[in-house]
Structure formats: structure tokens, C-alpha cells
Design a protein around this ligand. Structure first.
Ligand code: 1HN
Length: 364
């Protein structure tokens, strides 16, 4: 590449894209650029191809966090700060391509939260939606919009936008879960609000199991209005049921070459994803199974529920085992191989991309 002379800046944007303008002529335009900049005006032709790329240029990179490395830091965090002081004691997964931004992918947040026996994470609410995917521990609850649910490993739990939520550990061991949030999407749109509850916990005005009775049996009460929300009324999808569904599927159904046996979590009221912004799924990869190459525009967060195996993203291989968390960026070719029967939970921004007509995928 010919370097423009003097004070004219390098034309490559931070994705490495070079525009089509005649670099030799750029020097003669620098005075114009400088005067335009004083009026908050900038030439599109210097940035066009970096703004509108030929194909996705994800800022996030393939990455893996091994639970054996992360868990000691979670335990150490418990000695550093209480849940009360922290509000939420979470270690954030920072994608190495997006350091210092609390992003696990370009659009999503991911972190591991730890709650010790007797601790309460106080009630608050926010526009951002959250998912919890339980990693370790028992006898801890989350209360959401007046109803409590106990959480077990492998459960997928939803906190809808603006629902009051607090968590507590009534067991005798630490409770760890993966938090996934859409606040970067909310913030992009300038739509964030949050509030603390006036009190440590919210009042419980619905019995435990109410949501499951109303919406979790493939039937809905005829006299109930679920309102305008796009979030599933089921706020705990227990692992026992998910695992059984995958098992039953695997017994008779031909396996999908790109996904293994993969099921998505659905909102029983509208048939769409369980959450309006974050698509969530669980897949079973039988021992010895290797998927064919696949790519899609939704950068995806994976966590391993059971089993061992490896995932290759554009030629880079990551070996995984239970509770590891790894990332497959947008439009990068992925294959998975299971060395034991493996179960993987995923979340991504696919639910947003579908609603906006942006999602592309390719089965190779
Ligand atoms: C949050 O409210 C929770 O309620 C967890 O447990 C993680 C990360 C960022 C912002 C809010 C929770 C969060 C969070």
C-alpha cells in the first residue's frame, strides 16, 4: 500500500479496510478536510468501505474460558467483596477483541455470578433483559415479578425487561450461574433505565410454580391475558425437562448434520424465541459425532453442560469440558466434535437479527 505523505492520516480504518480513493490525491485535500472537521463534517469516501463492509467484520474473536481457571477467581472474589457491597458479584467475560467493554460478543454481555449461602442479591429492575444459565449449586432461588423459582444446574431462567428481581442462596454451598444480558443493544438505542427496589427483596404475591402452571404444560388458561410482552411467561425452563426432550428426540429422529440434535427454547404464547432479544438453544452431540461446517451472522456464546469435545472456528480449535464458555464470532466457519455425549447451551442476538430481517446462515 502506498502511504500518503505528510500529515494526511492513514486511510485504513480499524478493521483494516482501505477505501477506493486515490491516495496520491489525498494530500491536496487535507486543507479541505481540516476546515470541514471544524464544522463537524467528514468525508464519507474515506470511511465508506469500513462502515459498510463486504461481509461481517466481527470485532469479537473466538475465545474460551475454562471453568477450572475461572472458578478459583470466583471463589477469591467472595473473599474480596460481599454480594451486598457488589450488588451483583459477577466476573465479566471480556472478549479479547473488545477489551474493557464488558462484551462477550459485539452485542452481548456474559459473566459468571456467585452467591454464597445466606447471601441475598437485592431487588432491582432494568430495561435490559437477563438470562441465567445455572452452572453449579442448589437451593438458591431467583424471584422475578413476584414469583420465586428454585434453580438447579442446567436450568435456563429468564428475567424480562423491567421485572423486579432478587436472588438468594438458601443452600450450604456456593451457587454459580452464567448471566447473559442484552444491555449493549439497549444502550446502542439509548433506551436504558434502571431502579433499585425500596427494600432488600420484593414481596412475593404469586405462589411458586404459578408461571409453570399457567404456561408450562403446552396449554394456556383461556381467561388469561399475557399482555403485550414478547418475553415467555415461563421464567424457568428446568434442565430435567430439556434433557429428556433431547434424549427422546435422539431416539428416533435423524441427526442434523450441522447442529446435532438441537432445540430452541420457545415462548408458548407466540411460538417465537423465549426472549425477544436473545435466542437460546440446547444441543446434544452424541459421542463421536462431528458437525459439518456452518456459519451464521449471530456471534454465539456457548456453555458446556455435559461432556467433552472440541470446536474449530476458522481453523482455530478450542477443547472444552463442562462449564467452559466459548465464543463463535459472526460469519466464521464452525465445526464441533464430541468425544463424549455432549450437551451445549447457546445464546446469541439471533432473535433481534431475525426480527430485523438481518440474519444469514450457511450450511456448508
Ligand atoms: C444484573 O442485574 C444481574 O440481576 C446480573 O443478577 C448481571 C450484569 C450487568 C448489569 C446488570 C442480576 C448483570 C446485571
Amino acid at each position: 500500500m502506498t502511504k500518503p505523505p505528510g500529515q494526511v492520516p492513514d486511510l485504513r480504518d480499524d478493521s483494516g479496510v482501505v477505501p477506493t480513493v486515490n491516495l496520491a490525491a489525498e494530500a491536496g485535500r487535507s486543507d479541505f478536510y481540516a476546515r470541514a472537521a471544524e464544522h463537524q463534517l467528514a468525508p464519507l469516501w474515506r470511511v465508506l468501505h469500513g462502515l459498510v463492509t463486504e461481509k461481517p467484520v466481527p470485532r469479537c474473536v473466538p475465545a474460551i474460558w475454562h471453568y477450572r481457571d475461572v472458578r478459583p477467581f470466583l471463589m477469591e472474589a467472595c473473599g474480596q467483596i460481599s454480594t451486598e457491597e457488589a450488588e451483583r458479584r459477577v466476573l465479566v467475560f471480556e472478549n479479547p477483541g473488545l477489551p474493557g467493554q464488558s462484551r462477550i460478543t459485539q452485542s452481548l454481555f456474559g459473566g459468571f455470578q456467585i452467591v454464597l449461602p445466606g447471601e441475598i442479591a437485592p431487588a432491582h429492575r432494568h430495561v435490559a433483559s437477563a438470562l441465567r444459565f445455572i452452572v453449579e449449586g442448589r437451593n438458591a432461588y431467583t424471584a422475578v415479578a413476584g414469583e420465586k423459582t428454585m434453580m438447579e444446574p442446567g436450568d435456563f431462567v429468564i428475567t424480562p425487561s423491567m421485572a423486579w428481581h432478587d436472588h438468594g442462596n438458601e443452600g450450604d454451598g456456593p451457587m454459580v450461574w452464567l448471566d447473559g444480558l442484552d444491555m449493549h443493544i439497549v444502550n446502542l438505542l439509548g433506551a436504558s433505565f434502571r431502579e433499585g427496589y425500596p427494600g432488600k427483596v420484593q414481596p412475593l404475591d404469586r405462589p411458586e410454580g404459578a408461571a409453570m402452571a399457567e404456561a408450562g404444560t403446552n396449554m394456556l388458561p383461556v381467561d388469561h391475558d399475557f399482555g403485550k410482552t414478547l418475553t415467555s411467561p415461563i421464567f424457568n425452563y428446568p434442565y430435567a425437562r430439556t434433557r429428556e426432550a433431547l434424549d427422546r428426540l435422539a431416539r428416533f429422529r435423524e441427526i442434523n448434520a450441522w447442529h446435532g440434535h438441537k432445540m430452541r427454547y420457545v415462548n408458548p404464547v407466540n411460538g417465537d424465541w423465549a426472549m425477544p432479544t436473545m435466542a437460546t438453544s440446547m444441543q446434544l452431540l452424541p459421542k463421536g459425532f462431528a458437525t459439518r461446517p456452518y456459519r451464521s451472522t449471530d456471534s454465539t456464546v456457548f456453555t458446556v453442560v455435559e461432556g467433552r469435545g472440541s470446536t474449530t472456528v476458522d481453523g482455530k480449535t478450542m477443547e472444552w469440558e463442562p462449564h467452559d464458555v466459548f465464543i463463535v464470532p459472526s460469519w466464521q466457519q464452525v465445526t464441533h466434535t464430541a468425544s463424549e455425549d455432549a450437551v451445549l447451551f447457546t445464546y446469541s442476538d439471533r432473535a433481534v437479527q431475525e426480527k430485523l430481517g438481518l440474519l444469514r446462515e450457511e450450511q456448508l
